[in-house]
Design a protein around this ligand. Structure first.
Ligand code: GLA
Length: 447
């Protein structure tokens, strides 16, 4: 498999050359991939049902940590072994949706799907970066990091690198390969995984003593200011600080957090609608503005509120007259969702998973009716899920408008659940769902 040893072709003007080691060089890859899917499924408890790996993620099988695939790919491209390898997981949010940018509470878990990085130092200030998922290469100088309009996949890496340099952490040139099996645009935070993976990569490669929360914030800044997507802090936080077999309870105002153990006899099952989140970014920005406007209006009635986090249900009722129907419902979602998260933590810690599931269901209804970020496909997946035996709770997860649902399912019912979801989704909409039974995993910056 070791072809193309030596240096990849130089990239002119930041434009990707023909992939020096594209999939066409690996005629055995598909068979190999299928074999690995089967072995990964049996070894990790991850099952991938309902179709081939995501087309953008040719390495969907390497969900095992410590899989040598990324090292092999590095070796094949650069003709030498990498010095370091890091893995940054995607995430699923159990409850607490659209609360992070309102200074509220969230409860995500890192999943056993990751974006992996392999790399080694160079003697100069050049970064050569190869994306396995996009089959593309770029090259840039650490002395002049610019946004790349043609190879937008590289901007997450560029942004994190730029802000580290700007903060005075002098980086070294490096050859890097990255890629993984977090499906893109599916609401499982593949971009946060790339950002956090980049931060973890530089930390490890250069032995930088940097606080994980600092790196999480810097990764979010790269997404907000360099890439230009106005997300909250949840995704980068959990990709950095997740813990195996735990969810993470985060207060998005002061970034205090604690890990909450998840029980082994209940599975986190993620159902991917296969629908790309077309409206996600524009509608996300609309929601952000609506939340800010609701706060201003509520504050205008004399209440001391800096964000929706500070609004109590009684404040909201009292301020109803100054809010339009839409603003009232947007605010009501956030206010009630924060309450649901706080209760969810308590019942999770006391082992009352039935109540936890009810809170998930209520969260979905609120996202669907008050916040209006669900979609026909997500609603169908959730409604089919609610009817299945062994299901404790089901809701859409992430920003919405497509992407995935998250389901808590008793272990013994999980496989039948997966089949029922795929069948029900196909019957209702003629569409194919993918189902992943996930394990909560370690973050890239966790110590
Ligand atoms: C996206 C954003 C997060 C969060 C969720 C909604 O995933 O990146 O910051 O706002 O949507 O909960």
């Amino acid at each position: 498999m070791r072809r193309g040893a030596g240096v990849p072709p130089t990239v002119l003007g930041g434009v990707s050359p023909p992939p020096q080691l594209g999939r066409q060089h690996y005629p055995g890859l598909l068979v190999e991939t299928m074999r690995q899917i089967q072995s990964a499924a049996s070894e990790t408890g991850v099952i991938i049902i309902g179709g081939l790996p995501h087309p953008a993620t040719p390495f969907a099988a390497h969900s095992k940590r410590g899989d040598p695939m990324i090292e092999e790919r590095f070796n094949a491209i650069y003709g030498t072994a990498p010095e370091v390898v890091v893995r940054a997981p995607g995430r699923v949010n159990l409850i607490g949706e659209h609360t992070d940018y309102n200074d509220g509470f969230v409860l995500p878990a890192a999943i056993d799907r990751s974006i992996d990085f392999a790399g080694r130092k160079r003697a100069d200030r050049t970064v050569r970066l190869h994306s396995l998922d996009f089959d593309g290469s770029v090259e840039f100088s650490l002395d002049d990091i610019q946004k790349d309009g043609a190879n937008r996949w590289s901007n997450y890496v560029r942004g994190v690198s730029k802000y580290l340099e700007e903060d005075g952490h002098r980086l070294a040139g490096a050859d890097i390969v990255f890629g993984g099996n977090v499906p893109r645009e599916a609401g499982l935070s593949s971009s946060a995984a790339v950002e956090v993976g980049t931060a973890a990569f530089w930390k490890k490669l250069l032995g930088l003593e940097l606080d994980p929360v600092y790196l999480v914030k810097l990764s979010r800044k790269a997404e907000n200011q360099f890439v230009g997507v106005p997300c909250g802090i949840m995704d980068q936080f959990i990709s950095g600080l997740g813990r195996a077999n735990h969810a993470l309870f985060l207060d998005c105002r002061d970034l205090q957090y604690r890990h909450v153990p998840l029980r082994d006899d209940v599975k986190i099952v993620v159902c991917n609608s296969g629908v790309k989140r077309a409206l996600a970014q524009s509608e996300y920005e609309v929601r952000l503005k609506q939340c800010r406007e609701a706060v201003e209006r509520i504050a205008s009635t004399g209440r001391a509120v800096a964000s929706l986090r500070d609004v109590k249900p009684a404040d909201l009722e009292a301020a109803r007259a100054v809010l339009s129907d839409v603003l009232f419902r947007r605010a009501r979602h956030v206010v009630t969702e924060n309450q649901r998260v706080l209760e969810a933590i308590k019942v999770l810690e006391s082992g009352n998973l039935e109540r936890f599931g009810e809170l998930m269901n209520a969260s979905h209804v609120s996202l669907r009716d008050d916040y209006e970020v669900s979609s026909k496909e997500l609603d169908v997946l959730v409604e089919v899920a609610w009817k299945q035996p062994g299901v404790l709770g089901a809701r859409m997860t992430g920003a919405g408008f497509g992407g995935c649902t998250v389901n808590l399912v008793r272990q013994e019912a999980a496989e039948a659940f997966a089949e029922a979801i795929m069948r029900g989704y196909k019957e209702a909409l003629g569409l194919k769902a993918e189902v992943y039974i996930c394990k909560a995993s370690q973050g890239a910056l966790s110590v």
